[in-house]
Design a binder for this molecule. Structure first.
Ligand SMILES: [Mg+2]
Length: 216
C-alpha cells in the first residue's frame, strides 16, 4: 500500500454490522423529549444522513426553527438511553459483520483507521463498543452543522491522500465522491460501478479489496 499516512474511514451502521429498529429508537427518543414521536413518514422525508441533519430537519418540521446544541445533546442522551435498554445483554442483539470488523482491526495495525459515522458521538461509542471494535480506533460521529462530507474531511485533515471510505448507502458514496475519496461498498444497497463486498466477506477479501483500491 502506498503510504502509512493514508487514513481509511469506515461507516458503522450497515458497514460493520447493524442495529435493527434503530430508526424506531430515534423516533421514540424524540417522542420522549418532544411529547409525541415524529412519524416514520416525517423521518422518511429527511434528506440528511447524519443524526444532526435528521434531528435538525425534524425539529424544523415540528417547531419551525433549527436545532441547537442543547437540543442535540438532549437527543443524544435520550437516544443512547433507548439503545442501552434495547440492546442490553439478554435483550435484542446487534448483528456484527465479523469478517469486516476483523479486517478493520488488521488494517488498523498498519494504517490510521477511523470510524466516520452519522450517529451522534455517544451513540457511535455505544455501538462501536457493542460490536467489539477496538476502543483505540478513533471515532468521529455526527457534529452540529456538519454533513457526512464535512465529517470525512475533518477525519482526513492534514493527511496526504488518497484516502478511502467504506460504506453501505448511496449517501456514503455521495460523501466519498464529494470529499474526493475512493469508495468501497458493503452489501447491495449502494448501486454504482465501485467495488463492492458482501456483508459476510472474509477478512482477507476485505483487506485485498482495500489494497487494490489504494493502488488505484
Ligand atoms: Mg451506513
Amino acid at each position: 500500500m502506498r503510504s502509512w499516512a493514508m487514513p481509511l474511514c469506515f461507516d458503522l451502521d450497515g458497514t460493520l454490522g447493524h442495529f435493527s429498529s434503530g430508526f424506531v429508537l430515534l423516533r421514540e427518543a424524540l417522542g420522549g423529549l418532544w411529547g409525541t414521536a415524529p412519524t416514520a413518514e416525517d423521518l422518511g422525508r429527511c434528506l440528511g444522513s447524519t443524526d444532526w441533519e435528521i434531528v435538525d430537519e425534524l425539529h424544523r418540521l415540528r417547531f419551525g426553527s433549527g436545532l441547537d446544541e442543547t437540543g442535540y445533546a438532549a437527543y443524544q442522551a435520550a437516544c443512547v438511553e433507548r439503545f442501552q435498554a434495547v440492546f442490553a445483554p439478554g435483550c435484542q442483539a446487534a448483528v456484527a459483520y465479523g469478517g469486516i470488523i476483523e479486517a478493520l482491526h488488521r488494517l488498523a495495525e498498519r494504517h490510521p483507521v477511523w470510524l466516520v459515522s452519522g450517529n451522534a458521538p455517544d451513540l457511535l461509542a455505544f455501538k462501536a463498543a457493542t460490536l467489539g471494535i477496538d476502543p483505540a480506533i478513533p471515532r468521529l460521529g455526527s457534529l452540529p452543522r456538519h454533513d457526512r462530507t464535512d465529517l470525512l474531511r475533518r477525519a482526513l485533515e492534514g493527511g496526504p491522500g488518497p484516502h478511502l471510505y467504506v460504506g453501505d448507502r448511496p449517501h456514503d458514496l455521495a460523501a466519498a465522491r464529494a470529499a474526493g475519496l475512493p469508495f468501497l461498498g458493503v452489501g447491495d444497497a449502494v448501486p454504482g460501478d465501485h467495488p463492492c463486498l458482501p456483508s459476510d466477506a472474509a477478512p482477507d477479501q476485505v483487506v485485498a479489496s482495500v489494497a487494490s483500491l489504494l493502488r488505484g
